[in-house]
Ligand binder design. Structure first.
Ligand code: ZN
Ligand code: FE
Ligand code: FE
Ligand code: ZN
Length: 265
């Protein structure tokens, strides 16, 4: 039994394929549940890689169309929300705008106008010490978890996307986030998209995941698909990482309530 809860749609302006096309691939690959989680709209035009607020009704409609096309496949409605300190009110507002099955919290922005995973801003890694960038990222990620706004958080160590990592033991970056997630009962994902990025690794690192498992943090395995063929991509590697970290189950969400299922094949 496998689910994929981190799937985008063309409404974010950098993904291709209708929800029904993603669902078809999910069925072909033997997944038994999927969920869409496109990049959340903001109150005002904000950047060029998220859905527009006026497209939110269309998003919900597209997911419903896919449900109609694949009645045998449970299709959940989620949203990948950027955590931005001081803008929590907006996420609270979004939470009331649809029958969400789950909200994902993500940190892409580590400072105003600085989305750390944006290839256009990769030069900033030459302008700032890596340890400084990492500190900003992990502080924001901890706040994201502590906000209590999200059912799970995405791609835990996204900041490594282009391969930049401070030397030595990284556990001091991870620890506050693990503690926050355990305290706030927030789940986390293994995100296979890292394998498709310059770093060429799953998010998060094995060490991070061992700590998460030890702390009892629930887990999902997701693809972050931006094209239909990416649904369920590299889930074998994701499951191996999960098993090696000590996990035996994953978590699913329906109407923001969670349930555990055995780690699938
Ligand atoms: Zn995206
Ligand atoms: Fe993301
Ligand atoms: Fe995503
Ligand atoms: Zn993502």
């Amino acid at each position: 039994m496998s689910s994929d809860y981190h799937i985008h749609t063309p409404l974010c302006r950098h993904a291709i394929g209708l929800p029904g096309e993603y669902a078809r691939v999910a069925v072909e690959k033997g997944l038994d549940e999927i969920g869409f989680a496109d990049h959340n709209p903001m109150p005002e035009p904000f950047d060029d890689w998220r859905m527009l607020l006026e497209d939110l009704p269309r998003y919900i409609e597209m997911v419903e169309e896919a449900r109609g096309q694949f009645p045998e496949l449970p299709i959940r409605l989620g949203l990948e929300c950027d955590f931005i300190a001081g803008q929590e009110f907006w996420i609270e507002k979004l939470a009331g705008m649809a029958d969400w099955d789950y909200l994902i919290g993500s940190v892409h922005y580590i400072a105003p106008g600085w989305d750390v995973d944006n290839p256009k801003l990769i030069g900033r890694f030459d302008e700032h010490p890596v340890a400084e960038i990492w500190a900003l990222y992990w502080k924001a990620f901890e706040q994201c978890i502590r906000s209590g706004l999200f059912d799970f958080v995405a791609h835990p160590d996204l900041v490594k996307k282009f391969g930049h990592r401070p030397p030595g033991d990284l556990r001091s970056y991870y620890e506050p986030c693990i503690a926050a997630a355990a305290e706030k009962k927030v789940a986390m994902e293994i995100n296979t998209a890292g394998l498709r990025k310059p770093v060429g690794e799953l998010y998060p690192a094995p060490e991070f995941l061992r700590m998460a498992c030890e702390a009892g943090i629930p887990l999902l395995i997701n693809s972050d698909a931006h094209a239909p063929e990416e649904v369920g991509a590299d889930f074998d590697k994701g499951r191996t990482l999960a098993t090696e970290a000590g996990y035996t189950q994953t978590v699913r969400f329906h109407q923001r309530k969670r349930r555990f299922v055995p780690l699938g094949e």
